[in-house]
Design a protein around this ligand. Structure first.
Ligand code: COA
Length: 250
């Protein structure tokens, strides 16, 4: 497996920390990074010593979403693409997941949060999903879970209209638990992850699986969205939008 060098996986006691660390590209996620995150998540699921997983970003950015260069270069990797392996591992994780959102969260950087159990965000963090503006559709089963979590109106504004959701509004919408100063995000999230990890693991697993009882539906939606997404990736309007992104500073 190619190693990106941009995903740091460390275990802090029973908490597995998966840190996205590609600040020079605003933590945009490449194919290799998805594969590494999927692997770290799957391994955490099977590792009895790990009781909670925490995602974190770097340097004021959680993630600028999928690497747009990868979008441009994408051939049809279909349903075996690393991004889908990551999304499935995320949705099916048997271990609770905490996220420390220390800044910008775009695209999958936002939709992955719908699969987290506890989200801490910086007061200046902004969530956004500009899928439609790129000629794409929302992914990660967000078309299913976002309306469930925040209601259709707010989900439509975020997912379809692409309106940014500041941290305070994301908290009000039920996607974020706690909003703190940017410098505190990682520490507050780690405290929550340790708190979860200290609970009796079998009881946590049962309670959590009862609360997340639509796994089959979520898995089907990830695949259904992915089929449309793969088609749209090759569309003229999407490819023009990707090229416009890279041409914007010229
Ligand atoms: N894919 C590939 N490269 C990306 C990227 C992405 N999703 N997001 C940022 N980058 C790169 C930029 O091209 C730039 O690279 P360069 O220095 O080689 O030119 C670098 O990261 C810094 O980005 P920049 O745009 O200069 O930073 P900013 O602070 O002005 O803006 C964002 C940050 C995240 C708002 C902006 O980069 C952005 O809109 N990115 C695209 C987000 C997106 O649409 N993601 C896909 C969602 S489906």
């Amino acid at each position: 497996m190619p190693v990106s060098g941009a995903i740091a996986v460390t275990d802090d006691g029973a908490v597995r920390i998966i840190r996205i660390n590609r600040p020079e590209k605003k933590n945009a996620l490449t194919v290799a990074m998805y594969a590494e995150m999927a692997c770290a998540l799957r391994e955490a699921g099977q590792n009895e010593a790990i009781r909670c997983v925490m995602f974190a970003g770097a340097a004021g950015v959680f993630s600028a979403g999928n690497d747009i260069a990868d979008f441009l270069n994408s051939s049809d990797a279909g349903l075996n693409a690393p991004v889908l392996e990551f999304l499935r591992a995320l949705a099916q994780s048997p271990k609770p997941i905490v996220a420390a959102v220390g800044g910008i969260a775009v695209g999958v950087g936002t939709t992955m949060l719908f699969h987290c159990d506890h989200v801490v965000a910086a007061s200046d963090a902004v969530l956004s999903t500009p899928f439609l503006k790129l000629g794409l559709i929302p992914e990660a089963a967000s078309t299913l879970v976002a309306p469930m979590r925040m209601g259709h109106a707010r989900a439509f504004s975020l997912l379809v209209m692409g309106r940014p959701l500041p941290a305070a509004d994301a908290k009000e919408a039920g996607l974020v638990n706690t909003v703190v100063e940017a410098a505190e995000v990682d520490a507050v999230a780690l405290r929550a992850a340790r708190e979860i990890a200290a609970l009796p693991p079998k009881a946590v697993a049962v309670a959590r699986s009862l609360m997340r009882n639509r796994l089959g539906e979520v898995a089907e939606r990830i695949d259904a969205e992915a089929k449309h997404f793969a088609e749209l990736l090759q569309s003229d309007e999407a490819r023009a939008a990707f090229q416009a992104f890279f041409a914007r500073k010229k």
